[in-house]
Write a protein that binds this ligand. Structure first.
Ligand code: CUA
Length: 358
């Protein structure tokens, strides 16, 4: 029972690079490669992509996941092995061996990760360059985000919609812009996610590979209604898409023809939407006093915000009331979700009606 184990005690310490360690290293290496291949190829964390771009992104993700798995198994494997075999025994009070660095090891663990990162970066660049390559026959869709809804405009067809319809197997070139704050356009099934900004147009490309309906999600916290800022993307056959476009164009022209009495429609909306509770307007028999009086409104609409047309100002005053507060009235009093409560078409009618108040 010697009380202070001297240098001779270290003779019983396991040697670091012996046959056992070599065997363990081989086992860890094999397990790491197999695990990396299984996870990288099966990619169990993602549902199936329904876009060409999404599949390219998934392959890249699989590659990255495979590499990460290999690194994880190697690092954790050697860590566990070291703890079990070289960890301090309960009755061992000796100092550890005086190790001062190891150049080979340091070069190894610097060069390998550097090469790995460079490789993954290079592959990512290739995929990005590939999926952002515009094609000649691309369908252009202008995406507008506002608190708290999405709007899709097809400039070539002159169609506006709150749902996004796209033909299968044709590239869609999205030009996106926000009306107010930063939103983010995300279709999980297509792996496409891009910020939508008020001060610039951002672009994204998607090519649907399977017909079906998939959610569009706003994935940038943009205000109280962020969670409900959703829509859907409908991937359909070329024939169905053309039929939808045609039906939208007919609806639009019918609406234009049927708008024989836009004033009556606007008056009805003004009252059914609850505007009359707070605003006074003789034409609608409204006597509310919480908000500005609206008799003779058209005379002031175009003068309130410099550079903003009467139409723009009126729409904003309804869907974004805090953008401009008429003097003498408090901010935050008018609900800010009329953009959600009232449909696009009805908002237009309401604007037309209000601008008719001479
Ligand atoms: Cu828009 Cu969140």
């Amino acid at each position: 029972m010697s009380q202070a184990p001297g240098p001779e005690a270290s003779g019983s310490q396991p040697v670091m690079f012996d046959t056992t360690s070599r065997l363990v290293a081989i086992v860890i290496g094999v397990v790491a490669v197999v695990a990396g291949l299984v996870l990288g190829i099966n990619n169990p964390f993602l549902n199936r992509s329904v876009a060409t771009e999404g599949s390219a992104i998934d392959q890249l993700f699989g590659l990255t996941l495979g590499i990460a798995t290999v690194v994880f198994v190697i690092v954790q494997g050697f860590l566990l092995y070291s703890i079990v075999r070289f960890g301090r025994q309960p009755d061992d009070d000796t100092d550890g061996p005086p190790i001062r660095g190891n150049h080979k090891l340091e070069i190894f663990w610097t060069v390998i990760p550097a090469l790995t990162i460079f490789f993954v970066g290079f592959m990512s660049y290739q995929v990005l360059a590939d999926i952002e390559q515009p094609q000649d026959d691309a369908l252009v869709v202008e995406v507008k985000g506002f608190q708290f809804a999405w709007q899709f405009y097809y400039p070539e067809q002159d169609v506006t919609s709150t749902e996004m319809h796209i033909p299968v197997d044709r590239q869609v070139h999205m030009k996106m812009r926000s009306n107010d704050v930063i939103h983010s356009f995300w279709v999980p099934e297509m792996r496409i996610k891009k910020d939508v900004m008020p001060d610039r147009v951002t672009e994204a490309f998607i090519t649907g590979t399977e017909t079906g309906t998939y959610p569009i999600v706003c994935t940038e916290l943009c205000g109280a209604g962020h969670a409900v800022m959703r829509s859907q993307i409908i991937i359909q056959s070329d024939a169905d898409f053309k039929a939808w476009i045609a039906s939208q164009q007919t609806t639009a022209s019918q609406a234009a023809g049927a708008a024989a009495d836009p004033m009556a429609a606007g008056r009805q909306l003004f009252n059914s939407s609850g505007c009359n509770a707070c605003h006074a307007l003789a034409d609608a028999g409204a006597v509310g006093a919480l908000g500005p009086e609206l008799d003779g409104y058209s005379a002031v609409a175009g003068t309130r915000v410099p550079g903003q047309s009467a139409e723009q100002y009126t729409l904003e005053a309804v869907v974004k009331p805090n953008a401009f507060i008429v003097e003498g009235f408090p901010a935050n009093l008018m609900p800010q979700d009329y953009g959600l409560r009232i449909s696009e078409q009805d908002l237009d009618k309401l604007v037309t009606y209000l601008l008719g108040m001479k």
